[in-house]
Design a protein around this ligand. Structure first.
Ligand code: TEU
Ligand code: CA
Length: 629
């Protein structure tokens, strides 16, 4: 189908991009999909949108939508057959942010030997796979997400020998290890970029996105960087500009260049040859940019907070590139892949992960990390009732050819417990409630370091305490826009990525047992109360709960492969069954701080695990219980 101004909404919804973009725009506006799914709205033509929206969108917006919908013509193919079993579907993944995990040599920076020292802890928890945020050689403009040399280890983290020892230690314990693969961009200190700058005739020049100024002076287009300002660097000696979607030192690669693509595949195979077990692929959906790098639409820019995204979040060659990469690398090994794909909704995700298409095993979609209409830096209380709606959509409609990822935290987001309810009285019950959801739904759970302790947000009292380039740049941008220092700091405290990057809380010792030296970032003041050592000794701790719920999942295939059946309840409750070959579990959750009436008499079932000790007549605040039927 070819889309134009004449297309009707109901037809647009049949295109995966159309469906997901409309869902995203509605969500951003705080509205539900139901709004467009009724027959009257379904018959509206795209060309009527400017009038209907009273000028909120114009004709150019409509044309942009139509061209987006046409850019990827593939549609998901239904598959209701049995789920294909795989080791990575049964695995529990644990994300390590190496800089903040464990320092072994007193320089205040976490390192590979530190991780090796803690492998028994991870084994005790029940983890199957470790994912390491980048450990490659890097000038650390963005803590390793700016890679200078893909085949070397960052000096602060150790040596290749340390890495080999870590990998052996992981395998010796029956665990696996996956690496972070950052191939949308490299550091501007990478040999390819340096060569491209020094020698414009070098083949490396076309590895990046160099463009002349638009009118002799201004950047080639209006795209903005995720870390503030224009997405273009100016190289005056050459009167050229180069694209960077992230920091000024993270230069975007040109995936339309075949030589660049083979260089990347060669590097991937080099690591796979070393025996690692897979990759998490950084912003992998951004690699293909729209032909001609056109200006971003201002309306979309305002809605999304960044200008230009519509031209690369789901580019025209994305699927081709992923299929080619899969064929030349992953398909030759027994490994897992998970793509980080901001902005990707359920229909696009189906195309990216459908096993028959051979692209990626899983993706991280982010729709559930904020409430509708909210963004990460907005100050609000996260409402779990919205989480239920999004998760249910994926549980019920993703199909059996694709496999979910399940996560609430990572190194880019504040702690989930704090977002939901910062009242310390509820910390443990909420942390356990989240674990119940994460380990009883269909998909592979990804735990971020410290989540298993119920770690909470920090409270930064000055910008000097922050380390993240995003926070620091945003702070200065806010001051420039007229905010006071206190106002700017409040906003940064709301959404800073540094909340997740304070040191892992190992014990009540100085600096949380993370380092014997001066830590690169201040530990969260909560560590005397919240730490691994004390939680390992406490049968009621969040850590103990994680151990139990992970073990339960490992022992029961119904919790992995079982059918998901939602029980109809009021919005305040989240109740469902997981069913496989006669084995059946019932999960009963109160999503609110208020007591709620139970839906069914769960008294007939056997409680297996709960965040409260004994069931009462009413469901208590945030009560979450797993029953066996
Ligand atoms: O993140 C990509 C991404 O889009 C975000 O989560 C990002 O941190 C945020 O939206 C910025 O506004 C990945 C990595 O996870 C992140 O740590 C890196 O900084 C980024 O890519 C660039 O490599
Ligand atoms: Ca160190």
């Amino acid at each position: 189908m070819v889309y134009s101004r004449e297309s009707r909404i109901k037809d647009v919804l049949k295109s995966p991009v159309g469906h997901d973009v409309i869902a995203k725009l509605l969500m951003q506006a705080g509205k539900s999909m139901a709004l467009v799914e009724n027959p009257i709205v379904g018959n509206i033509k795209l060309k009527s949108l400017p009038k209907l929206s009273r000028g909120l969108v114009d004709d150019s917006f409509v044309d942009l939508l139509a061209s987006l919908f046409n850019s990827v013509p593939d549609t998901p193919q239904p598959y209701d057959g049995p789920i294909q079993r795989a080791w990575w579907k049964e695995a529990v993944v644990y994300q390590i942010y190496p800089r903040s995990f464990q320092d072994s040599n007193g320089d205040g920076i976490g390192d590979l030997n530190g991780i090796t020292q803690r492998l028994d802890y991870l084994k005790e928890l029940g983890v199957d796979v470790l994912w390491l945020s980048p450990i490659y050689d890097s000038p650390n403009d963005d803590n390793g997400y700016d890679i200078r040399d893909y085949k070397a280890i960052m000096k602060e983290f150790g040596t290749m020998e340390d890495f080999n020892r870590l990998l052996d230690g992981v395998h010796a314990r029956g665990m696996k290890l996956i690496m972070d693969l950052v191939i949308n961009h490299t550091s501007d200190e990478h040999a390819w970029f340096k060569e491209a700058l020094q020698n414009p005739d070098s083949p490396c020049r076309d590895y990046y996105l160099f463009r002349p100024a638009k009118d002799g002076k201004t950047p080639p287009n209006n795209w903005t960087s995720f870390f503030s300002g224009s997405a273009w660097n100016h190289y005056p000696e050459q009167s050229f500009w180069a694209l960077h979607l992230f920091s000024k030192k993270q230069m975007d690669l040109n995936w339309d260049n075949p030589a660049l693509r083979s260089s990347v595949y060669e590097m991937i195979n080099w690591w796979l040859q070393k025996g690692i077990d897979g990759f998490r692929l950084d912003v992998i959906n951004y690699i293909s940019k729209a032909e001609g790098l056109p200006d971003g639409n201002e309306t979309v820019g305002k809605l999304m907070g960044f200008t230009g995204v519509e031209h690369y979040f789901y580019g025209p060659n994305l699927h081709r590139c992923l299929q080619e990469m899969h064929e030349n690398t992953f398909s030759r090994y027994d490994v897992m892949t998970v793509g980080e794909t901001p902005g990707v909704g359920i229909e696009m995700a189906k195309l990216l992960t459908d096993e028959r298409r051979k692209e990626l095993d899983m993706v991280f979609s982010f729709d559930h990390l904020e409430n509708p209409g909210k963004a990460r830096f907005d100050l609000y209380r996260y409402d779990l009732r919205c989480l239920k709606e999004i998760l249910c959509d994926w549980q019920q409609h993703y199909g059996n050819a694709s496999w979910n990822s399940l996560f609430f935290e990572n190194h880019d987001n504040p702690r989930m417990v704090s977002k939901i309810n910062p009242d310390p009285a509820f910390r443990e019950v909420i942390a356990k409630l989240l674990a119940v959801i994460q380990f009883t739904l269909k998909g592979t759970p990804f735990v971020f370091q410290g989540q298993e302790l119920g770690m909470v947000n920090a409270s930064f009292s000055s910008i000097d305490e922050l380390r993240d380039i995003e926070s620091i740049n945003l702070y200065h941008e806010l001051l420039q826009k007229g905010k006071s220092e206190a106002e700017a700091l409040t906003i940064i405290n709301g959404g800073s990525r540094d909340h997740a990057r304070t040191p892992m809380q190992w014990s009540g010792e100085p600096n949380a047992g993370f380092t014997a030296g001066e830590p690169w970032i201040r530990p969260n003041a909560s560590y005397p109360a919240i730490n691994a050592e004390s939680e390992q000794q406490d049968a009621q701790s969040v850590f103990a709960f994680y151990k139990q719920v992970i073990a339960l999942r490992h022992q029961n295939p119904a919790l992995v492969y079982g059918e998901f059946a939602l029980e109809p309840t009021p919005r305040e409750l989240f109740c469902y069954r997981r069913v496989l070959d006669g084995a059946e579990f019932y999960i009963e959750i109160n999503l609110t701080e208020q007591p709620q009436k139970r839906k069914a008499k769960a008294s007939a079932y056997t409680p297996v695990l709960s965040n409260y000790t004994k069931p009462l007549e009413m469901l208590r605040p945030y009560e979450a219980t797993i029953y066996r039927i």
